[in-house]
Design a binder for this molecule. Structure first.
Ligand SMILES: [Zn+2]
Length: 172
């Protein structure tokens, strides 16, 4: 999630910045009330949102998609192989797609697809999506059996699900 970082320094005015990750950085005079800072942030909410949008768009520059895909391949494929080997999954192929809303899928022909956007997610979330799709190689559904398979590999998978629900919108 995005954070608010307050830096106290010798200055007279408040200043506001949004960093690459969408965190808010406020530079504040040493003796200004926290409440004043909160009000300042609140007053600038729409500006902050605009900045965040801009940053997201620059991360996902469409002319760079093939570059992102190449990078994603280097991150995702070895990880899939690692999990598959460790837990004895066999698949046919892995493809990196540019799907917007689907982070992964598994076909009945045992082909695994992952969106390059997954490379932008935290490692643990990425691992979860990989584990999820690998488990579909054994269970092509979301049955109890499927979820217990997922849980046996990643007991805290629900935290990752939660992260995806809360943050995926900012990535896609
Ligand atoms: Zn699924």
């Amino acid at each position: 999630m995005n954070e608010i970082k307050i830096i106290r320094q010798n200055r007279k005015t408040l200043s506001l910045k949004v960093d690459k990750e969408g965190n808010i950085i406020v530079k504040a005079p040493r003796y200004v009330f926290k409440k004043t800072i909160d009000n300042f942030i609140e007053k600038n909410t729409s500006w902050i949102e605009k900045q965040r949008e801009k940053k997201q768009n620059s991360i996902l520059d469409p002319s760079k998609i093939s570059e992102y895909k190449k990078e994603a391949k280097q991150i995702i494929i070895p990880r899939v192989q690692e999990f598959a080997q460790k837990y004895g999954f066999t698949y046919n192929s892995i493809k990196i797609t540019s799907a917007m809303t689907r982070w992964g899928s598994c076909t009945s022909k045992k082909n695994l697809n992952f969106t390059y956007r997954l490379a932008l997610a935290p490692e643990r979330v990425r691992d979860y999506v990989i584990v999820h799709e690998l488990c579909h190689l054994r269970q092509m559904n979301h049955s109890k059996k499927f979820w217990s398979e997922v849980a046996s590999i990643m007991p805290d998978y629900k935290d990752q699900e939660k992260w995806l629900k809360e943050n995926w919108a900012t990535i896609s």
